[in-house]
Write a protein of this length. Structure first.
Length: 270
């Protein structure tokens, strides 16, 4: 029973930490996918009284992905019903050129201000519409999500790490007489600590398997945990195949480091 309790004291905090890590990666990937979907849809509208070549915009070094002219006829067609024939003809003559600028990455508010300033250095450009209000709301949402994810991950890892340290210290306290007798017979501290070291290593394996099984089940049954409305969006579909190795690596790393920290402390306290 004591052996089971010892393993559980490792497996539970390790599993919680690994699950928080997988949730961190999954949420991070969802946010990144959502960001990519926003980038593909987000566009800056540039208004100019003269034609602008794509190379001119590219030289501004503003992270341009595409720059294309919007069809004037489509714009006029949308207004045609509410205008007279003379007004339509006049509009056709006086209407400036409209361009759609798409960027490689989603810009911050500062970057957006810089892009606007650089575009307005072109004398023919009379207006730059960046849709700042909608952009700022989306960008601040990204920042908030990243902060929440990072804080959540940090708190869980810290809690799990401190819990593991506590249980290892308790084991050394419970076995201090046995360790003392073994050391009197020439055994090293590392040899005396083999039971707790093996417990930590096997717990790392068990915790990794538990975490991978849970996250695999969740990702393959998202409809049970995510509403149908959200499931319609592609950015919710997350692949997690390449990160299974990192779960094992993190589990072994945390277990090993925690045990070594206590071993070093015990050694220098002697």
């Amino acid at each position: 029973m004591r052996v089971i309790n010892r393993y559980l004291s490792f497996v539970i905090p390790l599993s919680a930490m690994l699950l928080s890590y997988t949730m961190y990666l999954t949420l991070y990937n969802v946010v990144e996918n959502y960001k990519e979907s926003i980038v593909s849809d987000y566009a800056i509208v540039v208004v100019s009284h003269e034609s602008i070549d794509e190379d001119v915009i590219d030289k501004l070094d503003i992270g341009m992905r595409t720059f294309q002219e919007l069809d004037k006829n489509k714009i006029i067609e949308n207004l045609k019903d509410s205008l007279s024939d003379n007004s339509v003809e006049l509009l056709n003559q006086e209407l400036p050129n409209f361009y759609q600028l798409k960027l490689v990455d989603y810009p911050s508010t500062t970057m957006l201000s810089t892009i606007t300033t650089k575009l307005k250095t072109i004398s023919s450009i009379i207006e730059v519409e960046v849709f700042a209000k909608d952009h700022n709301q989306q960008y601040f949402m990204f920042l908030m999500l990243y902060d929440i994810i990072n804080i959540f991950f940090f708190v869980i890892v810290l809690f799990s790490f401190l819990t593991l340290l506590k249980h290892i210290k308790i084991w050394f306290y419970e076995n201090k007489n046995r360790i003392y007798i073994m050391q009197l017979h020439g055994a090293s501290l590392f040899y005396c600590s083999k039971p707790i070291i093996m417990t930590a290593l096997f717990s790392a394996i068990y915790s990794s398997v538990i975490a991978i099984f849970i996250i695999y089940y969740i990702l393959n049954n998202l409809s049970l945990f995510v509403s149908k409305e959200l499931m319609k969006y592609n950015y919710i579909q997350v692949e997690f195949n390449s990160d299974y190795f990192s779960i094992f690596a993190l589990s072994f790393f945390i277990s090993t480091v925690t045990v070594l920290m206590v071993l070093i402390k015990q050694k220098y306290e002697k």
